[in-house]
Write a protein that binds this ligand. Sequence first.
Ligand code: ISL
Length: 549
Amino acid sequence: MSDPVADSRTRPADDWWRSAVVYQVYPRSFADADGDGTGDVNGIRARLPYLADLGVDAIWISPWYPSPLLDGGYDVADYRDINPEFGTLADADALIAEAHALGLRILIDLVPNHCSWEHPWFQAALKAGRGSAERDLFWFRDTKDGGPPTNWPAAFGGGAWQQIEDGQWYLHLFDISQPDWNWDNPKVIEEFDAILRFWFDRGVDGFRIDVADSMAKDPTLPDVPLHNGEPTREKYVGNPFYDQPGVHTIHQRWRAIADEYADTPQGARVFVAEAWLSPAERLAQYVRPDELQSAFNFDALRATWDAKDLREVIDHTTENLWAVGAPATWVLSNHDTIRHRTRYGRDKRDALEGAGVVPTDLQLGLRRARAAALLELALPGGAYIYQGDELGLPEVEDLPEDVLDDPTWERSGHTVRGRDGCRVPIPWSGTEPPFGFGPGTGQPWLPQPADWSGLTAESQAGDPDSHLSLYKAALRIRRDHPALGDGRLVWDADAPAGVLSFTREPGFRCVVNISDAPVTLPPHQEVLLASDQLADGVLPVDTTVWLAV
Ligand code: ISL
């Protein structure tokens, strides 16, 4: 039997996504061309040369659609237009063309589980009344036992049902402003087919699918069990709103649509699933040959800076994804999580939680973030870089309460600050805010720390030892080296405890020292790149080296 991963290296460029490095743009916070304090499409266009020079293969743009931005744009009011705060459809068309001219692919975000309460179909459903065809596009139900139809909790706090004036309730698994679509209704299915085609026809190369595991619901609407007295959002097998079998029918349908584009110059279009599903056996179901091509590997994001943890995640991921012929992906941060420079600067094992209350060593975090970048980019498969990862940005944990914008802050009754700390606008240049985020001195929608002048792209560009220079060097080597990208790895038997060491053919070895003492470098021809200074044939703690062997 042929090996699907090994074969892929000889497949046509259609398989670009198997080894792509994808850069995530969060449009509100990337670059502001018109100076209103909010990032925009023309800001992204202006920075395309930066991204091409950085050396990524593709850009994924978080939602840019018309939206009241009550969940940062994941509350979509119109799936076929651009938020006027961000620009116009003509700007988006120009961006797609300019990116392609620079050799960059464009992925955009599809939010199929829910829309915004401003979406015209939801507004019509509110007016149409119980039992109407309009309400059947969503999950409207009557009161049960004097309360909501189920005990399901919403993601940002509180229950997942909101009661309206006539007494019915609608389902919102996320914010109250994000009503869930009813995917049992054929009109919803057809509408999303048309949305995919709308953007594919405009030239986008693919979609990141938001909460790709939640569209299908158990129509009997059973309650979820209580944990510590509270209804759980845990994704246990059989959860009525996560990982239901029906989601796979939807993904198969979308894959067929993407494959219709195989004969266009860009080739078949692609998907990456956002589904926080563990273990990898479950995630692998989403990337079977007739479903989505790839999925974010959040086990890698969740793993702590620990050799045993990381090795387990790498092995488990690759075993399960390779079994279905899919490449692994590697993710360290995104717009929903505490930035990894900050996480890796903490002792706490589950450093994803506890913003602002855990002692953090940002110098240690930076050192580990450098080592992690070289590990991530050496592993087989695709890799994701969240905007600002390449600058070594930390989480901003001291945003004033009055600027917090994440719905989590309000819905948790001001107990959980939420995700704004990883969404602070990018520092591009200059010595004080807005650090070139927008023209002039106007301040961005979230304030930047005054001490970020050493982190700007401009200040790092000229410094060969900067975080940005490390990323650029790594991406250049990754692009040229035949061992990197898609393929296999073999663990080296001679690695000391606490050291991750693997070889990729031809002639490449990656060694990561996560032990508590320096280790001797294994025999090699040449050091290709190291995340920090190497001393005399020795690899210091929290350092990664790429070797030619
Ligand atoms: O719901 C969860 C756990 O109970 C989360 O893991 C959830 O899958 C994740 O937060 C989904 O995030 C995505 O969809 C959200 C949006 O707020 C995030 O920014 C987006 O990445 C709703 O659209």
